[in-house]
Design a protein. Structure first.
Length: 444
């Protein structure tokens, strides 16, 4: 019988070959020095952990055991081998066991899907990255820019048009209710520019002011002054939500139908929804928040707002998905636009979407390192110390979810949890460290 160690090493082989210095260094650091004599003990040697990714599994177990979350699921793919599932706990404190087909609110991990959907239209010549948005949404023809974004709505005319590239890369000068301040925040709230779902209680208030269609939403966005001149600054925004309207206009079909037709159905993403069907509701995790050190339900799965249809499909934060489904999306990107014999994008389109699309001189910074930004997700232009390599692409979600593709190491990862704020715990760094430990262990 093939040993677990042999299977794990085979699965990790592409990653090990792609990054030998890191893996070898980790292995050397963890290996005992040969000049030090061993000390005998009467205690039995503990059996090795039989799980394929023991350090990652132990990390997940520890999170659940400590009560930080009721459950967590990760899918990790290496090369063209099947993804490895690591799971712990339940989808709620009183819910079903968490697994690869459990459903989670992925919030901003919707953005890479929307960005790549727009790239399909670039591939087909229906839009161009540097087209003005006003070509598809005329209300954006004459934009204005705030002179003091945090304190006043005073503005001056924009010196250049907003483009498709700007929407994709958060450089349009748009803002977000989660980052705006002062008069600008109040203006976003007044106009109902709130493209996200939290729970039924919050939804009852937001529905009173929120636009009732994607077209109305986009037209309202165009009436609000920008926080910066287009193309001059990276500013997290509702740009990908507006991009959903561009996709709708350019494709000639509703945005949600375009995603279903071009991505979800051909990729077999059968558990990705803007609203969870009643028959699937038992798989939906509860979303939690924190009151002091206490974790409390924010949006229980059984009564979740994601069981209702949204006012319109939110291209920046609207999807629910499973770890298995999101891994299929990432695997398609890792494989150059094809999965299981079905091609949905050309390889050159995938490469372009995962590359740095930021205007010249603009950067996205993470941990103080200047990086690029692609079609709805980061696009690393230098190696991240202790993290992903140059060429990596992905994004995270407000409720703690993570998704990335690391082409240099032929690796990808999806992590599903649901708690807000998602940055409460250093999950991304700890998952990365655990995976590197698993790589080192496999080399021994």
């Amino acid at each position: 019988m093939t040993s677990i160690r042999a299977v794990t090493t085979a699965l990790l082989a592409p990653l090990l070959l792609a990054a030998p210095p890191l893996a070898a260094q980790a292995a050397r650091q963890d290996a005992p020095a040969r000049t030090v004599p061993s000390i005998r003990s009467n205690r039995p040697t503990p059996a090795p952990d039989p799980r394929p990714l023991p350090a990652t599994a132990s990390l997940f177990d520890g999170y659940v055991r400590a009560g930080k979350m009721p459950g967590i699921v990760g899918l990790f793919g290496f090369g063209r081998m099947p993804a490895i599932t690591v799971a712990a706990g339940r989808i709620a404190d009183d819910g079903a066991v968490a697994g690869p087909d459990s459903l989670w609110r992925i919030y901003s991990m919707t953005k890479p899907i929307t960005g790549m959907a727009a790239m399909l239209l670039v591939e087909e010549g229906r839009i161009a990255l540097d087209d003005p948005v006003s070509k598809y949404i005329p209300a954006f023809a004459k934009m204005r820019v705030l002179t003091s974004p945090d304190t006043s709505l005073a503005s001056v005319p924009a010196t250049r048009p907003i483009t498709i590239r700007h929407l994709m890369t958060h450089t349009a000068g748009l803002s977000y209710s989660i980052v705006a301040r002062g008069p600008l925040l109040r203006e976003y709230e007044r106009l109902g520019l709130l493209p996200l779902a939290i729970n039924p209680a919050a939804e009852a208030k937001m529905r009173l002011v929120r636009p009732k269609s994607l077209a109305e939403f986009a037209d309202r966005v165009a009436t609000v002054p920008l926080v910066a001149q287009p193309g001059t600054k990276w500013s997290y925004s509702i740009g990908l939500d507006v991009l959903g309207r561009v996709i709708e206009v350019a494709s000639g079909m509703p945005f949600e139908r375009f995603l279903q037709t071009r991505f979800f159905t051909p990729l077999g993403m059968n558990s990705t929804f803007f609203s969870v069907p009643a028959a699937q509701a038992g798989r939906l995790a509860t979303n939690y928040t924190f009151v002091g050190d206490d974790r409390v339900p924010l949006d229980p799965g059984a009564t979740s707002i994601f069981r209702q249809a949204p006012a319109f499909p939110y291209g920046g934060a609207g999807l629910v998905s499973s770890a298995r489904d999101y891994d299929r999306f990432l695997a398609m990107l890792a494989n150059g636009g094809a999965l299981d014999g079905t091609r949905v994008m050309k390889p050159e389109t995938v490469r372009l979407g995962m590359s740095n699309l930021l205007p010249a001189g603009v950067f996205f910074e993470t941990d103080g390192v200047k990086q690029g930004y692609g079609a709805g997700g980061f696009a690393y232009i230098v190696d991240q110390p202790g993290g992903l390599a140059k060429g990596a692409y992905g994004w995270s979600g407000a409720a703690g979810t993570l998704g990335w593709v690391d082409p240099a190491r032929q690796a990808r990862g999806t992590v599903m949890v649901n708690y807000i704020p998602g940055q409460r715990y250093p999950l991304a760094k700890e998952v990365g460290a655990a995976l590197r430990q698993d790589v080192a262990t496999a080399l021994r």
